[in-house]
Design a protein around this ligand. Structure first.
Ligand code: ATP
Ligand code: MG
Length: 150
């Protein structure tokens, strides 16, 4: 269905903000307008990415959610300032049940399914998902959707 993309992102940011006291979740959204896609599924992807950003940045205080339109694609990025992901694991994190093992200071609960499910959803919508990261500094997870705009 058609839905207001900015409105969905802002609603979810508001909901997710209530789940964390440490982090400020900051939306930096270009006006995107109405988009045709599976609203609930796209919401699930954003929720998975922000939930991860919260979980894997226990010592950070902000998370940035960006959205923009480039070349007929809508792209959304979730940036955190947490533990990061080493280069050799950046593709593996999208595999089913894959988890990077924790260090001595932190153990993070989870099944290793959130990113796999997110990548399946994004692919089904004709888009792609990727991550840039610097270990010890943070991660930026992005997805892009080739969406018809009204
Ligand atoms: P769940 O199924 O509850 O989502 P999970 O968070 O472990 O469990 P994924 O969301 O699929 O599973 O993430 C897979 C792995 O990728 C995580 O276990 C973690 O090691 C790594 N990861 C995901 N997001 C981040 C992030 N923002 N920063 C650092 N590592 C991350
Ligand atoms: Mg997860």
């Amino acid at each position: 269905t058609w839905f207001d993309f900015n409105q969905l992102l802002l609603e979810l940011v508001e909901d997710l903000q209530r789940t964390t006291e440490r982090h400020q979740i900051i939306p930096e959204l270009q006006p995107i307008g109405s988009v045709y896609a599976d609203k609930d599924r796209i919401g699930q992807v954003l929720t998975n990415l922000v939930t991860n950003a919260i979980k894997y940045s226990p010592d950070a205080d902000k998370i940035i959610v960006k959205a923009k339109v480039v070349d007929g694609e809508v792209s959304v990025c979730v940036e955190d300032f947490g533990i990061g992901i080493s280069h050799d694991k950046k593709d593996k994190v999208f595999e089913q049940f894959y988890r990077v093992s924790g260090d001595k200071q932190h153990t993070f609960p989870g099944l290793g399914l959130g990113l796999y499910i997110s990548s399946e959803i994004v692919k089904r919508e004709g888009g792609r998902i990727w991550v840039n990261s610097v270990p010890g500094q943070g991660s930026t997870f992005c997805f892009a959707l080739p969406i018809k705009q009204m």
